[in-house]
Design a protein around this ligand. Structure first.
Ligand SMILES: CC(C)(COP(=O)(O)OP(=O)(O)OC[C@H]1O[C@@H](n2cnc3c(N)ncnc32)[C@H](O)[C@@H]1OP(=O)(O)O)[C@@H](O)C(=O)NCCC(=O)NCCS
Length: 419
């Protein structure tokens, strides 16, 4: 990766100076003590200083990373697999040092460190779509926010919620948080696209100090249970509003997960029947059952966005780590502008749900940037669609069809929790 001679990176930054850059870049309404406390809880931190030595002036840029597990497709008939990934976060560049290569220096530090740790993948949420493609990241999952009216009816033939109970709790109660965290870990393991987070991060994300409520109540959670087991949860906040003497309150669900369709339906019914709430927003994938239970996409306000971005860092380890839907035998010519050892020709042979990846000198069937592998890794984007976009050079159309089918998954990846 190109290094910028005027910058140096420290992997042991001073927490207060690290926090100061976050405070400056994100101009949030978090109090200073809280920013510092959050910064301290980021397990891996990097900061950029002047190359000549740290003179104590403000850091030029910062980045952090969480340790997470990403749920990736399993082989047909098998459970999904969880892989360790590094979740990049806390990226910020001092306004006086923008566009001088600070981010590039941080990305070099983070991605190289990930490879030293033996990680096959890195992940992030992006604040802007233009930033991370140049570093080999690509959007691997998308989701839409839909808005449902109070008392929305769901036509879900064949899905029975009998035996499921739902209950609403205050998420600032530590026992509730621990229960939701346990449900998060258990449900994430079965839902491709999920990332897990630690209880400490969950506590920080979901317990809101009064200063950060921005006109909403503090977070609550609806838990769905069956036979004494938690089978779903939905984290929510209501925003009170009165118009002409009537409530026009709204409810936002920023995270929900379920074990099966019945649990999702029970949660959806509960979220759309909360007293005084006129509209409820939840996030769904394009193939979500809820979109059809409520009458089809045209019946809901639908806003789609990118969710998880993925970067393949160890190609011969990453591709065999996921399940494959069909057999294939194709040669890829991979371009990787940052890690030359991943570039070049690879033979990908999938048999009975598992793949092997080996170096080859055989002519390439398909040519692509490493980002295409991240985009298709979770089954959230189809290789054939990326080829239509012009992102795959197709020397053999049969190879494109075979690899497209082999990478496809029965369901789209779910949106990950925020980190
Ligand atoms: C986005 C941000 C991190 C970029 O940092 P930076 O140090 O200016 O980036 P670099 O100088 O390393 O730029 C690398 C390349 O990316 C481009 N680039 C970086 N950010 C870009 C943006 N937002 N839009 C378009 N291009 C961008 C640069 O032009 C440069 O291109 P080049 O190599 O062709 O010259 C910085 O502007 C920032 O802190 N923004 C606010 C916080 C934020 O959005 N953080 C990201 C959190 S996900």
């Amino acid at each position: 990766m190109s290094t910028h001679p005027q910058h140096a990176v420290t992997a042991d930054p001073d927490v207060e100076r690290f926090a100061a850059i976050d405070d400056l870049v994100w101009f949030d309404d978090m109090g200073w003590e809280e920013v510092v406390s959050h910064a301290r809880a980021v397990p891996h931190r990097w900061a950029v200083t002047a190359a000549g030595g740290d003179d104590g002036s403000p850091y030029r840029g910062i980045a952090g990373a969480f340790e997470m597990e990403l749920t990736v497709p399993g082989a047909p008939g098998a459970e999904p697999t969880q892989l360790p990934v590094s979740g990049l976060t806390w990226v910020g560049v001092h306004p006086d040092h923008r566009r001088t290569g600070v981010l590039t220096t941080l990305m070099d530090a983070h991605l190289s460190w990930c490879r030293e740790q033996g990680l096959a993948l890195a992940a992030l949420h992006a604040s802007d779509v233009t930033i991370y493609g140049r570093f080999g990241y690509a959007v691997a999952s998308t989701a839409g926010e839909i808005s449902l009216g109070h008392g929305a009816t769901f036509d879900a033939p064949g899905v029975s919620t009998e035996g499921i109970t739902t209950s609403m709790h205050d998420l600032s109660d530590e026992h509730v948080l621990a229960r939701v965290h346990a449900a998060h870990r258990a449900l994430a393991a079965g839902r491709v696209g999920s990332v897990t987070r630690t209880l400490e991060l969950a506590t920080r994300v979901y317990t809101d100090p009064a200063s950060r409520l921005r006109g909403t109540e503090r977070r609550r959670v609806v838990i769905a249970a069956r036979d004494g087991r938690d089978v779903g949860y939905a984290i929510l906040r209501r925003r009170p509003k009165w118009e002409d003497g009537r409530s026009a309150a709204t409810l936002d669900c920023d995270e929900w997960a379920w074990a099966d369709s019945a649990a999702q339906l029970a949660l959806a019914r509960r979220l759309t029947s909360v007293d005084l709430v006129t509209r409820t927003s939840v996030r769904v994938t394009a193939d979500d059952a809820l979109l059809w239970w409520c009458g089809g996409p045209r019946t809901v306000v639908h806003k789609t966005g990118d969710e998880l971005w993925l970067r393949v860092l160890d190609l011969p380890a990453a591709l065999p780590a996921r399940g494959w839907s069909a057999d294939c035998d194709v040669v890829l010519e991979v371009r990787d502008g940052l890690f030359e050892d991943q570039a070049g020709r690879w033979r990908v042979t999938a048999r009975d749900g598992r793949a092997e990846v080996t170096r080859t000198d055989d002519p390439a069937d398909l040519g692509l940037d490493v980002g295409v592998l991240g985009a298709t890794y979770l089954g959230g984007r189809r290789l054939a669609a990326l080829a239509r976009q012009g992102l795959v050079e197709v020397h053999d159309p049969a190879a494109l069809r075979a690899l497209d089918t082999a990478l496809a998954t029965p369901t789209l990846p779910v949106p990950p929790v925020s980190f």
